[in-house]
Design a protein. Structure first.
Length: 398
């Protein structure tokens, strides 16, 4: 059902005008009532009850208001703006509508760690794990372009390279400057507005990082507790492949909001993806969804999609585990070149099929984070209501 159908369903055949009696004055209540016809497609509630609508002003028939979304990366921002303009413009007496779209990223609740959150992470609203069961599936490429796509949408973003033994983030982001000390914390370098930390910054000359698991885990713990990340909407963590010490340390040290699982379409990769999903379920880290890289290749001559590594593996494993399908990234020779040259692909090629796919994935990830936060908020509100009810009755129910 389109927005006009929803308007008719809510107000009848006369539309929003039915909400205003004949001769009634156009006021804020009438505007808010009309805007209840506009629903957030991810949260499945109208934007008024969600508290998105702010600062309604009416002057000589001109209506202006702000719609404050849960993330700057909202994939349906323009669609919501258009719907808001339509329903308010349909009110009698309205001569013009100005909608200002803003965003305040909501922070997810620390539900998966028993340890207190470090001061270094105190202003980080959401921590996104980018993980895979095995190496070589494009996990780091996805992490870098996810971070850059979120930053380009207007979010404050950090990127932590947790792949101690194979740190590739410095190369892929053309990171040249090192970290500096700042009031007992390390200040991370910033590239294109993204704060970055990687062990590769301290290991010049291409030497191998040789250390046992506990020592590697200790390094990661330092990155999480002794780096001045500051105020961030999203801290993207590029996990090492597998299910080992580092993965456990991150989950025990930081309140990870959710995990993005990266895979290629073939079964040999999906086997380990299932293990990665199982690990996060055990660690009580929500899985935000699955991203498939190397999904297909488009021939220059025939413009036909070729599914070199089979078709539909990522969406199938997402369906099997009841998690979101975040999207597929097509193969592009330019993607390899950009990574080798230290330019995140979405920065230089935003309008290519692969560039658009990364932005779509970033929007889908941001949407899943917003959904998760809304669900957690509802759970706590329900808990609070039950507690108050039981307390009033003089009893406690488990």
């Amino acid at each position: 059902m389109g927005i006009l159908g929803k308007i008719t369903e809510r107000f009848g055949s006369k539309g929003p005008a039915a909400g205003i009696q004949s001769g009634a004055t156009l006021d804020e209540n009438a505007v808010l009532e009309a805007l209840r016809a506009v629903q957030d497609p991810d949260l499945h509630r109208d934007i008024v009850s969600l508290g998105f609508v702010r600062n309604v002003k009416i002057k000589s028939g001109e209506v202006s208001f702000e719609v404050n979304l849960t993330t700057p990366a909202c994939p349906v921002k323009e669609k919501l703006k258009t719907q808001c303009e339509e329903v308010v413009m349909a009110l009698p007496g309205v001569t013009g509508v100005k909608v200002t779209m803003t965003a305040s990223t909501r922070g997810s609740l620390p539900i998966n760690t028993g340890s207190p959150v470090s001061a270094a992470l105190g202003q980080v609203k959401n921590i996104i794990a980018v993980a895979s069961g095995k190496g070589g599936v494009g996990k780091s490429t996805t992490a870098v372009n996810l971070a850059w796509a979120l930053a380009k949408s207007g979010s404050k973003v950090g990127l932590l390279d947790a792949d101690i033994y194979g740190p590739s983030i410095p190369l892929m982001t053309h990171l040249r400057e090192g970290a500096t000390a700042s009031e007992n914390l390390v200040a991370p370098p910033v590239v294109d507005g993204v704060k970055i930390m990687s062990v590769g910054m301290f290991n010049q000359g291409g030497k191998a990082t040789i250390m046992r698991g506990p020592m590697a885990a200790a390094v990661i713990k330092q990155f999480l507790t002794q780096v001045a990340w500051g105020a961030l909407d999203y801290l993207v963590i590029d996990y090492p492949p597998g299910t080992g010490d580092i993965q456990l340390t991150i989950s025990q040290t930081a309140p990870v909001t959710g995990a993005v699982i990266v895979t290629t379409p073939q079964e040999v990769a999906l086997i380990d993806v299932r293990k990665a999903i199982s690990m996060f379920e055990t660690l009580k880290v929500p899985v935000l969804g699955v991203v498939e890289t190397m999904s297909y290749f488009v021939c220059d001559n025939c413009d036909k999609k070729h599914f070199i590594f089979r078709e539909g593996g990522g969406s199938r494993v997402a369906s099997e585990h009841g998690v979101a399908w975040l999207g597929g990234i097509p193969m592009d020779p330019g993607l390899v070149k950009a990574s080798d040259e230290g330019t995140p692909f979405v920065a230089g090629h935003p309008d290519t099929p692969a560039g658009k796919a990364f932005f779509d994935v970033a929007g889908a990830v941001a949407a899943q984070v917003s959904i998760l936060h809304a669900e957690n908020k509802n759970v706590l509100q329900h808990f609070s209501l039950e507690w108050k009810s039981d307390a009033a009755a003089g009893e406690w129910k488990n």
